[in-house]
Design a protein around this ligand. Structure first.
Ligand SMILES: O=C(CO)[C@@H](O)[C@H](O)COP(=O)(O)O
Ligand SMILES: [Fe+2]
Length: 226
């Protein structure tokens, strides 16, 4: 299994963001997770396309933009222009999920849907062909540093079953990302449930030695048995 670790810059030092991104990639990160919150769909307010554009020259790692905004379409287009590689959004926040997925892919990015703890995976039913990534939230969206909600493991297993059935039928791969409360001490269980891409904000940026945390996560992943 090809596992990917995606540090969330929500827990980085924003006064030194470029350096924080270079450091985490040098420490072994595969993807930069970029949390966009609008103080409307979620209570917090974070960063927009200008910041994405500003960090783009600091890394060649894919920038994974997690949109916690409503409405979605205008901002999705702006992030595609600002250098995002992957753009995910919450289906409840889009008036027309299929159209938003198309808009993101037409702009040259990978597209994905994000599932809150209480959101049904049935939003996937008719759009699998337009999805490159499924993101399962293991906390309620809005803040870093929350505790992993154990029920998310069942949803990860259900999403993995859908992906495996789809890949067996079409040959096309879809990534399964998990976001919220992922740490060294639970990443193995999250991987065993079927995830291949792991967002970790406070677990990585909350420690002084990013490489030590990422190495410890990879050591756990090597034992996951998938
Ligand atoms: O999208 C979100 C929160 O809404 C996340 O990406 C968090 O930033 C993850 O932070 P940790 O739970 O890993 O500290
Ligand atoms: Fe996120």
């Amino acid at each position: 299994m090809n596992y990917r670790i995606a540090p969330s810059i929500l827990s980085a030092d924003f006064a030194r963001l470029g350096e924080e991104i270079r450091d985490v990639v040098a420490a072994g990160a595969d993807i930069i997770h970029f949390d966009v919150m609008d103080n409307h769909y979620v209570p917090n307010l974070t960063i927009g396309p200008m910041v994405c554009e500003a960090i783009r020259p600091h890394t060649s790692a894919p920038i994974d933009v997690h949109l916690m905004v409503k409405p979605v379409d205008a901002l999705a287009a702006m992030f595609a222009k600002a250098g995002a590689d992957i753009i995910t959004f919450h289906p409840e926040a889009s008036e027309h999920v299929d159209r938003t997925l198309e808009l993101i892919r037409d702009a040259g990015c990978k597209a994905g849907l994000v599932f809150n703890p209480a959101t049904s995976l049935s939003y996937l039913d008719h759009v699998m062909d337009k999805i490159d990534m499924i993101l399962i939230m293991s906390v309620n969206p809005g803040f870093g540093g929350q505790s992993f909600i154990p029920e998310a493991l069942n949803k990860i297993r259900a999403a993995r079953e859908r992906i495996d059935a789809y890949t067996a039928r079409t040959g096309r791969e879809i990534w399964l990302e998990v976001d919220g409360g992922v740490k060294v001490d639970n990443i193995r269980e999250v991987a065993a449930a079927g995830a291949d891409t792991f967002v970790a904000g406070s677990a990585i940026y909350g420690k002084p030695d990013y490489k030590a945390v990422i190495d410890a996560m990879r050591a756990e992943l090597a034992k996951a048995g998938r």
